[in-house]
Design a binder for this molecule. Structure first.
Ligand SMILES: COc1nc(N)nc2c1ncn2[C@H]1C[C@H](O)[C@@H](COP(=O)(O)OP(=O)(O)OP(=O)(O)O)O1
Length: 178
């Protein structure tokens, strides 16, 4: 175990200077809704392998977060979300010093055909029974706000898969889908 392994173990999420953090990676998540269902994936590789999450992944150089959300959703499950709308920002700090900034989008229509890929197995989950027990620990703290249509910001400290502390701030109601 490295000397820095427990760097942030006793730090509160409220005490981190998030605005001055130079994030190791920037990533996106995209929640596609169809009626009372939301599209999730069983992630087969990468960070969070084995967990249920929304489609998403790292932003590539020269790409906007919106472009990444559309590309990652198409690459992972074959669907192209139409007019995704930003609905959350997530900030993760891991005790080994790794940090991740996430921009979250929602979309209410899509093109394309759903398919399984090497990265993910897609599943439609009823909005009323999202499988939080199979997801990252932070998800149950902010996804309910997203489902209510509120912009949300989350600040989380993790040690591996274990969430040590969290701070969630809700914002304004987002305009309803057109
Ligand atoms: C720590 O808590 C997390 N919670 C949630 N909800 N989502 C998370 C968390 N940590 C990471 N993520 C998400 C953010 C990104 O969408 C992915 C990262 O995936 P990965 O590093 O595998 O990125 P890809 O671009 O998909 O990588 P490859 O295509 O090279 O496999 O996880």
């Amino acid at each position: 175990m490295s000397e820095t392994h427990h760097l942030y173990e006793h730090t509160s999420a409220k005490d981190v200077q998030w605005e001055s953090l130079s994030f190791t990676e920037r990533a996106v998540l995209c929640f596609v809704f169809e009626g009372e269902r939301v599209l999730l994936i069983h992630k087969k590789r990468g960070l969070g392998k084995g967990k249920i999450n929304a489609p998403g992944g790292r932003i590539e150089p020269g790409e906007t977060a919106l472009e990444a959300a559309v590309r990652e959703t198409q690459e992972e499950v074959g669907l192209i979300p139409i007019q995704p709308q930003e609905c959350a920002r997530l900030h993760f700090l891991f005790t080994d010093g790794y940090s991740l900034h996430g921009t979250v989008f929602r979309a209410f229509s899509y093109k394309g055909t759903l398919r399984e890929t090497e990265e993910a197995t897609p599943l439609w989950s009823p909005v009323s029974s999202i499988p939080y027990d199979r997801m990252w620990e932070d998800d149950k703290l902010w996804i309910p706000h997203l489902l209510e249509g509120r912009y949300v910001e989350g600040f989380f400290i993790f040690d591996g898969d274990t969430m040590l502390d969290a701070h969630v701030v809700t914002g304004t109601l987002l305009p309803p889908p057109r």
